[in-house]
Write a protein that binds this ligand. Structure first.
Ligand code: ZN
Length: 282
């Protein structure tokens, strides 16, 4: 049986977060507008999610972790984690994984290879889940990157700086409307040699530069409250056949982001690795 730990995030009002994010993002982007709006209908293009919004009991679930994947894939973890998923669905509310969650971290690869996806998801996942309802959300528009941080890192660092040791969890969706993004996807085979550094991991992963428009599913936590979390994780897909794990935009002058976010109330930490390390988290 996998462990499940629960943590309550600090949850500021949306109005307060608007002020904090506006101030932080303007240090990293030329043009920033943050406001509280009604969540757009996410069943429409470009999102095409199965649910209308990201509201209603927003929470983050982090399952497993990078240490199950590297230095060497822990194949013993496979079967137990498949069991874990079904055993512990009620703890997180299984329907979020299956249907309601419009913003899970699923790689585009899952559409190409079912087997690969089952394996990948079984080892680690960072999910933002909600009841998928309409409601008030934080809208973030940012154009022209002037700083060194990517869009998600900038928001995370901003929250960390403002809220310090009161951890904030956020998730939602954003669209890269213009520009290009560097992403990675994992190769179809897990490495047979141990990957023991960031450099090893980067040599194993496949990196691509892909074009907007891209729909992204970010999950980020301002500060790890002691659960061996991956502080940010964003996957993206498109309707032109590309997708992957978001690293940063490669066209700072041209890039335009439009996002909708909510602070999560609760973190569920499922199957936290007992033996850990710090690389491969990027
Ligand atoms: Zn990823």
């Amino acid at each position: 049986m996998a462990s499940v730990e629960k943590f309550s995030f600090h949850v500021p009002s949306l109005e307060e977060l608007v002020g904090v994010l506006q101030n932080g993002l303007k240090n990293n982007f030329a043009d920033v507008q943050v406001s509280v709006v009604d969540c757009p209908d996410l069943t429409k293009e470009p999102y095409a999610y199965p649910v209308k919004g990201i509201c209603g009991k927003p929470r983050i679930a982090e399952v497993g972790g990078v240490p199950y994947l590297i230095p060497l894939i822990n194949k013993k973890k496979f079967m137990p984690i498949v069991q874990t998923k079904s055993d512990h669905k009620p703890a997180v509310n299984g329907s979020y994984f299956a249907q309601i969650n419009p913003v899970d971290g699923g790689c585009l690869l899952e559409k190409y290879s079912k087997k690969y996806d089952d394996f990948g998801f079984a080892l680690l996942a960072n999910l933002f889940a909600s009841e998928g309802q309409p409601g008030k959300v934080i809208e973030v528009k940012a154009k022209g990157r002037t700083g060194k941080h990517n869009f998600v890192t900038c928001m995370r660092e901003t929250l960390k700086k403002h809220y310090g040791d009161k951890p904030i969890g956020m998730g939602g969706t954003f669209v890269v409307q213009k520009g290009k993004i560097k992403v990675h996807v994992m190769p179809p085979e897990f490495s047979s040699c141990p990957l023991t550094s960031d450099e090893d991991v980067n040599n194993w992963l496949h990196f691509f530069e892909i074009e907007a428009p891209l729909v992204c599913q970010p999950v980020f936590v301002s500060q790890d409250p002691g659960f061996d979390l991956r502080l940010e994780h964003t996957h993206c897909f498109s309707h032109h056949g590309v997708g992957g794990h978001y690293h940063y935009d490669t066209t700072p002058d041209a890039v335009e982001y439009l996002g909708y976010f909510l602070p999560a109330e609760v973190l569920y930490r499922i199957d936290k690795p007992k033996e850990t390390h710090t690389y491969g988290r990027d």
